[in-house]
Write a protein that binds this ligand. Structure first.
Ligand SMILES: [Zn+2]
Length: 321
C-alpha cells in the first residue's frame, strides 16, 4: 500500500527525538515536511533520499503539515525555487516575520501576567524564540485549506486539524485510507496543543486544546487505515486511540479541578502544581497544557474565572460534578 510513500527519519535537538519526513511519488515528487535545520539532519536526509534513488534537486515541491521548526528547517537547505505549500497560518512563522514575532512577544508578556506569572520569570520567554534558529526563512508559494487538492498529488485531500499548531493540516488518500498526519495523532505520546497568539490586531486567542479535541473527533469521520506520523511509528486503530487520548485528557482536567476545590488559583499556580519539576525548563509546553485544561473546564462549565488585580483566578463551580 505504501509503495509510493517513503519515510525519511532525521534527528532533532529537541526532547521529542527524531522527526519523520515523507517522500510521495505523485505526478510531482513531493516532500512532506522538511525536518530541522541542522547539519546532522541534512546529512541524514540526503543519505536516505539517495537510498531510494533521489537527490535533493529531484524534489519538485514541499508540503508542510505545520510550521514547527522540526517540520520546516531543512527548507533552508533546499533550492529557493522549490514551491512550498502549507496552510496560510504557517506563513508568518516560516518567514520569521519580524512584525509577527514582536507581536507574539508582546502578547505573551501581557498574557502571562494575566496568568498570574511572576514578572521575574518573564526572561524565560526567549527560550521558545531560541528554537526558531532551527526553523527556516522561506515564504509560502501556495496556501491550502480544508478540502483542497494539491497539484501533482491529485489523490490526496487537505484536512485542517488545528490544535497542536494553528497551521496544522493532514493529507488523506480516500482510495486506501492512508493519511499523512504530521503531529496530530502520534502512536506513543499525546500531542501537545501549543498556545499561539491571536492573529495580529485580534484580541481573542485560540483555545488550542478545545480545537485539538475537535480535530481529533474530526478524524472519526474518515475511514483511516493508517496514519504516517511526524514522530515515531505509524498509527492504526485510529478510533480507539482517539478515544484513549480524549479520556486521558478528561482525567487530567479532573485532576486540575481537584486542585481548585479548596481555593481559587491562577493558571501559573496550577501549572506549578501539575508540573513541579519541569515547569521552568519546559515553560511554554507546561503552560500550554495547563491553559488547555482550564479552557476545557471552563468550556464544560466546571470552572469560572474572575480577574483580580492583574491576574485571573479560576474557581470551581460548586455542583458541576
Ligand atoms: Zn509539531
Amino acid at each position: 500500500m505504501d509503495k509510493e510513500v517513503y519515510r525519511i527519519v532525521v534527528p532533532t535537538p529537541f526532547p521529542v527525538g527524531d522527526v519523520n519526513m515523507y517522500i510521495v511519488k505523485g505526478d510531482r515528487l513531493t516532500l512532506i515536511d522538511a525536518g530541522v535545520k541542522t547539519e546532522e539532519a541534512w546529512q541524514a536526509f540526503q543519505r536516505q533520499l539517495h537510498e531510494i534513488g533521489y537527490e535533493p534537486s529531484d524534489i519538485e515541491q514541499v508540503v508542510l503539515t505545520h510550521h514547527h521548526p522540526d517540520h520546516v528547517g531543512l527548507l533552508d537547505y533546499l533550492p529557493d525555487s522549490i514551491p512550498v505549500i502549507a496552510h496560510p497560518k504557517a506563513q508568518p512563522w516560516i518567514r520569521k516575520d519580524p512584525e509577527f514575532l514582536a507581536w507574539h512577544q508582546h502578547y505573551f508578556e501581557q498574557f502571562l501576567i494575566e496568568c498570574g506569572m511572576d514578572a521575574a520569570l518573564l526572561p524565560q520567554l526567549p527560550k521558545f524564540r531560541r528554537s526558531l534558529r532551527y526553523s527556516c526563512e522561506r515564504s509560502l508559494t501556495t496556501a491550502v485549506s480544508e478540502g483542497d487538492r494539491i497539484g501533482g498529488l491529485e489523490d490526496w485531500t487537505v484536512i485542517e486539524t488545528p490544535g497542536h499548531a494553528q497551521s496544522h493540516i493532514v493529507l488523506y488518500r480516500e482510495k486506501d485510507g492512508l493519511m499523512i498526519g504530521g503531529d496530530h495523532l502520534l502512536a506513543k505520546v499525546s500531542s501537545n496543543p501549543l498556545l499561539e497568539p491571536p492573529e495580529i490586531g485580534k484580541t481573542e486567542r485560540p483555545k488550542p486544546l478545545l480545537q485539538y479535541n475537535d480535530s481529533l473527533k474530526k478524524l472519526l469521520r474518515y475511514e483511516i487505515a493508517k496514519i504516517k506520523t511526524g514522530h515515531g511509528e505509524d498509527v492504526t486503530g485510529v478510533p480507539e486511540l482517539v478515544e484513549k487520548r480524549l479520556a486521558k485528557q478528561h482525567e487530567r482536567a479532573e485532576q486540575v479541578l481537584e486542585m481548585l476545590v479548596h481555593e481559587p488559583l491562577t493558571v501559573f499556580d496550577v501549572c506549578r502544581q501539575l508540573f513541579p519539576t519541569v515547569y521552568e525548563r519546559e515553560f511554554l509546553l507546561t503552560m500550554s497544557e495547563t491553559i488547555g485544561q482550564l479552557d476545557y473546564l471552563e468550556h464544560i462549565g466546571a470552572v469560572v474565572k474572575r480577574k483580580e488585580n492583574d491576574a485571573y483566578l479560576f474557581y470551581e463551580v460548586v455542583g458541576s460534578r
